[in-house]
Write a protein that binds this ligand. Structure first.
Ligand code: FES
Length: 146
């Protein structure tokens, strides 16, 4: 191997190594910036749990596909299921057992137990879901399918 061809070979090796090193840094950055294709799960009904999972005055947040749903059992014992995303800026709401209201901690927004916006910045009521009891199971269904 001549001196010139050795130098050419080392140049090629160095460039290839630098290119591979650069690609190993850039590729994960691009993969992070471009979200993967995740099709919307077409779930229309989900089991939220059993009756014993919901003592009177309690709540639980479940997911129907990508949509968080707050399932609550009022003090009287009847159920309600509402979209758990605040209509103001999409924070997750929570159930306040003592006042039986739904509260958004982000900007102190309040909804009544039926999901109507009653104070604070939320501009619209929360979306509604149907709740049915089948044997001991609490079944949540999208409103337009019931
Ligand atoms: S995001 Fe809920 S009140 Fe602002």
């Amino acid at each position: 191997m001549t001196k010139q061809s050795r130098r050419t070979f080392l140049d090629w090796l160095l460039r290839g190594g630098l290119t591979a090193w650069f690609a190993s840094i850039i590729y994960p950055v691009f993969k992070y910036m471009i979200p993967p294709d995740a099709p919307e799960l077409n779930i229309s009904q989900i089991e939220a749990g059993t009756l014993s999972d919901f003592p009177k005055g309690s709540s639980k947040i479940i997911r129907m596909g990508r949509t968080p749903v707050i399932v609550l059992r009022k003090k009287k014992g009847d159920f309600k299921a509402l979209e758990a995303t605040c209509t103001h800026l999409d924070c997750t709401v929570q159930f306040k057992t003592d006042t039986e209201q739904i509260w958004c901690a982000c900007h102190n927004g309040f909804y009544d137990v039926e999901g109507r916006n009653i104070s604070g910045p939320p501009p619209r009521p929360l979306g509604q879901f149907n709740v049915t009891l089948k044997d001991d199971k609490v079944i949540i269904t999208k409103k337009d399918l019931a």
